[in-house]
Design a protein. Structure first.
Length: 361
C-alpha cells in the first residue's frame, strides 16, 4: 500500500531511508524536490541511489488530492479552489494576493461541528477531519498551480512571489478540533529543507477551543493564534457560538495572556470580530470589546459579515464599522476594518461550504 508523501516530516523520511540502508541525506533531496520544485516524480532525479529510484514510486503517493476547480475573483484577484480529496470529499482553499505577501487560506476539516450561527460551513456539519497530509497538500497544490499559471501572477502585478508566503487556517473547519493533524502539518510545513514557512506565518484561527490551544501551544509555544471573538459578552456569545458554553471566552483569553507573556512576549494575538447588523454592532458592543481586551497583546480586526444565502444575518453599514473602530482605537487598542476577499466567488470568510459545485466528470 502506498502512503502519502506529504504526511512525512524530514525525520520520518530519514527513518524511511535508514530502514532501507539508504544514506539519510537523500531525505533532504526528496523534501526539496517536492516542496521547493513542485516535482512529484522525484525518483527521476539524477544521482539517486537505485534502491530509492525503485522504492519511491512503489511506496509513496506524492499527491493524493487534486484541484477540481479554480475560480479567479474579478475584483480582487483572489482565487478559490475546490480541492478533491482521494475519497471524493471536496474542500476549499483560497489564495489571496496582497502587496507584501501571498496568503493561502486552507481548510482543516471537511465541514465543521462548532455550529456557529453565522457561518456557512457550519450548515454542513462535520464530515471528517483532514489528515496531516491533506492539510499540507493544499500548499503543494497551490504552489504547483502558481508555477503552471504564471499569467495570474503578472496580472495581479505582485512582486516575484512564485510561492505561497503565508498560511491561515481560516477555511473550512475548526483547526483545534483536529489538533493532532494540525501539529503534524506545522512540523512538515516549517521544515527549512521543504516548504520552509516560518511559524509566525502560519496562523491558526480558532473559535476558542481550549484543549486544542493547550495542545498546540505545548507543541509550538510560538504558534500564531487568531481568535474569533465576535461578541464580548459571554452569555450572548454562547448564543451565536455554542463552543463558548464549554470554554467561555474569558477563560481562553486568560490562558492566552499568560501563555504569551511567558513564551511569546513580543507577538500579538489576532482577534477577529465579525460585525453583524442588529446583533453585535453598537458602540456598547465596541466598548465591551475594549473592556474585555484591555491590556492584552492583541490586534483587532473588525470584519463585516458576509451574508450567506438563506442566512438570517445581515451585513452592517460601513458607517457603523467606522464608529466601532474609532471607539476601540480611542481605548488604545490596535484595530482595523478588514473586508474579506473573494466575495464575488463565494470564497469570503464564512462562505466556504463545498456543495455539488464540481463539474461533471
Ligand atoms: N473555526 C475557525 C476557523 C474558520 S472560520 C474560527 O472560528 O476561527 C474563519 C473566520 O471566518 C472566523 O473568524 C469566522 O468566524 C469567520 N466567519 C464565519 N462566518 C462568516 C461570515 N458569514 N462572514 C464573515 N466572516 C465569517
Amino acid at each position: 500500500m502506498k502512503v502519502p508523501f506529504a504526511g512525512f516530516a524530514l525525520r520520518d523520511l530519514q527513518q524511511y531511508c535508514s530502514e532501507r540502508e539508504i544514506a539519510v541525506v537523500h531525505a533532504a533531496t526528496l523534501m526539496r524536490a517536492v516542496y521547493k520544485e513542485s516535482d512529484f516524480e522525484p525518483w527521476k532525479k539524477p544521482l539517486l541511489p537505485l534502491k530509492l529510484v525503485k522504492s519511491l514510486p512503489e511506496d509513496f503517493d506524492f499527491v493524493t488530492s487534486t484541484i477540481a476547480k479554480a475560480r479567479v475573483s474579478r475584483y480582487d484577484q483572489s482565487v478559490k479552489f475546490l480541492v478533491q480529496l482521494s475519497d471524493s470529499h471536496v474542500i476549499e482553499m483560497v489564495l489571496m494576493p496582497e502587496t507584501k505577501r501571498l496568503t493561502l487560506c486552507i481548510s482543516t476539516q471537511v465541514g465543521c461541528r462548532q455550529g456557529c450561527l453565522f457561518c456557512h460551513t457550519a450548515t454542513m456539519g462535520l464530515k471528517r477531519n483532514l489528515l496531516a497530509h491533506e492539510i499540507v497538500e493544499q500548499i503543494v497544490l497551490a504552489n504547483r498551480w502558481l508555477a503552471q499559471n504564471p499569467g495570474w501572477l503578472s496580472e495581479v502585478r505582485l512582486p516575484a512571489f512564485t510561492r505561497v508566503t503565508n498560511m491561515v487556517m481560516m477555511g473550512m473547519g475548526e483547526p483545534l478540533d483536529n489538533v493532532d493533524a494540525v501539529i503534524k502539518a506545522i512540523e512538515i510545513l516549517t521544515e527549512p529543507l521543504g516548504a520552509h514557512l516560518a511559524l509566525r506565518r502560519i496562523s491558526v484561527s480558532t473559535a476558542g477551543h481550549k484543549d486544542g490551544l493547550v495542545q498546540l501551544l505545548a507543541a509550538y509555544p510560538k504558534a500564531a493564534v487568531a481568535l474569533s471573538l465576535h461578541e464580548a459578552d459571554s452569555d450572548k456569545r454562547s448564543k451565536i457560538m455554542p463552543i463558548n458554553k464549554k470554554w467561555p471566552v474569558e477563560e481562553i483569553l486568560r490562558f492566552l495572556r499568560d501563555h504569551y507573556a511567558v513564551h511569546n512576549p513580543r507577538a500579538s494575538i489576532l482577534v477577529q470580530y465579525l460585525v453583524i447588523a442588529g446583533v453585535n454592532d453598537t458602540l456598547a458592543h465596541a466598548a465591551a470589546v475594549a473592556d474585555l481586551l484591555e491590556g492584552l497583546p492583541v490586534k483587532v480586526n473588525l470584519i463585516p459579515l458576509n451574508e450567506i444565502s438563506g442566512g438570517r444575518f445581515v451585513a452592517p453599514e460601513a458607517r457603523v464599522l467606522g464608529a466601532m473602530r474609532d471607539l476601540i482605537h480611542h481605548r488604545k487598542l490596535r484595530v482595523m476594518v478588514r473586508y474579506s476577499k473573494g466575495q464575488d466567488i463565494g470564497a469570503a470568510c464564512g462562505q466556504l461550504a463545498a456543495k455539488a459545485e464540481l463539474p461533471p466528470t
